[in-house]
Design a protein around this ligand. Structure first.
Ligand SMILES: [Mn+2]
Length: 345
């Protein structure tokens, strides 16, 4: 069945694609690349199961959007969850657990040093995989979003964006700054994604972080060293401005004004209030409401900026088949898809 014949009011079959759509990657305008990866998750693993859980939960969504009408009609499709990546992840995770157990302090233990080297190799391989997937669909003229997996996942996607765009900004919604250098020794740690982006991708002219509420002194030092290239909107400060009477609209427009006209969105679900993502790996109290986050994305597009790509990560399905985390993740994914499509009209 073609996208145009899809009935959004009918219950989709269990084997339907993302959002219950029949759209194939070939006919889609926007392709979602699922990456089942949580090799270096330090606290609670499970985000490797995020893409499959989000696809299942997405069948429950009503697809009419109050702002944008029927964005799905443009064609949105998610690739199959790659089983080879699942296998690399299992192997890397087994090695990583030995290192996490000793808090990354491997000393002169040769076996641990070898395990660490294998984890770092696996991270580099994952980066190549994501790069190649994104490259393939960009070359086919598609828009691309990446669905993690932990927050190490999008590095290859952002690196690929840098080949198409000399200068762009990253809007980073997260509870964490992710500016740690090789956290626990893992060069490609989920907690190091933005450190790696800032260090290795000069085309990222601006990194604007929103919702940050758990960070280390070394990360504050990275922000200072970058001298304005990295802007942090701490969750507490955003809340305080609201308490003082500033509107969320004004706050969002200030955030948007800091970004270049080309924007990549990196969205960690734990940037939201943890009641919206209780199973995520590293939850922190505070955070954005769903509507605050969706409105921020909307203001980016309404400002005239273009969303060149995005990722959504750190969604962990709940225990015993609880769908809440994946339900919220599917809804945020739909918002990201819808506004990305709208910005490219
Ligand atoms: Mn985070």
């Amino acid at each position: 069945m073609a996208t145009a014949d899809h009935d959004p009011d009918a219950a989709p079959p269990a084997d339907a694609g993302l959002f219950g759509l029949p759209t194939t990657p070939e006919e889609a305008r926007l392709v979602i690349v699922p990456v089942p990866w949580d090799a270096t998750t330090s606290y609670r693993p499970g985000t490797s199961r995020g893409p499959a859980a989000i696809r299942t939960a997405s069948h429950q969504l009503d697809l009419y959007d109050a702002d944008l009408g029927e964005p799905w009609r443009a064609g949105i499709a998610m690739l199959d969850v790659p089983s080879d990546v699942e296998e690399w992840n299992r192997a890397a995770r087994a090695d990583a657990e030995k290192i996490i157990e000793v808090g990354g302090r491997i000393g002169d233990d040769k076996a641990l040093a070898e395990a660490l080297a294998r984890v770092n190799d696996a991270g580099a391989r994952l980066n190549r995989h994501v790069y190649e997937q994104v490259d393939r669909y960009l070359r086919a003229g598609k828009l691309v979003g990446v669905l993690g997996g932990d927050h190490s996942v999008p590095f290859g996607a952002i690196a690929r964006m840098a080949e198409s765009h000399d200068a762009f900004g990253v809007l980073h919604v997260d509870a964490h700054s992710d500016l740690r250098e090789a956290y626990e020794g893992f060069e490609w740690s989920h907690a190091s994604i933005m450190f790696n982006v800032v260090r290795k991708i000069p085309q990222v002219r601006k990194l604007v972080q929103v919702g940050i509420r758990d960070f280390a002194k070394t990360e504050v030092d990275v922000v200072a060293r970058e001298g304005g290239r990295v802007v942090v909107h701490h969750d507490a400060m955003l809340a305080e401005r609201g308490f003082a009477g500033e509107t969320w609209r004004d706050i969002c427009d200030g955030i948007v004004a800091e970004l270049p006209k080309l924007v990549y969105v990196s969205f960690d679900i734990d940037g939201l209030d943890p009641k919206l993502c209780p199973s995520t790996g590293t939850p922190v109290p505070g955070g954005l409401s769903f509507q605050q986050a969706a409105y921020l994305i909307k203001r980016v597009v309404q400002s005239g900026a273009t969303i060149i790509g995005f990722d959504l990560n750190e969604v962990v399905p709940g225990p015993d088949g609880d769908e809440w985390d994946a339900n919220v993740g599917a809804r945020m994914l739909y918002k990201l898809c819808a506004w990305t499509l709208a910005s490219r009209k």
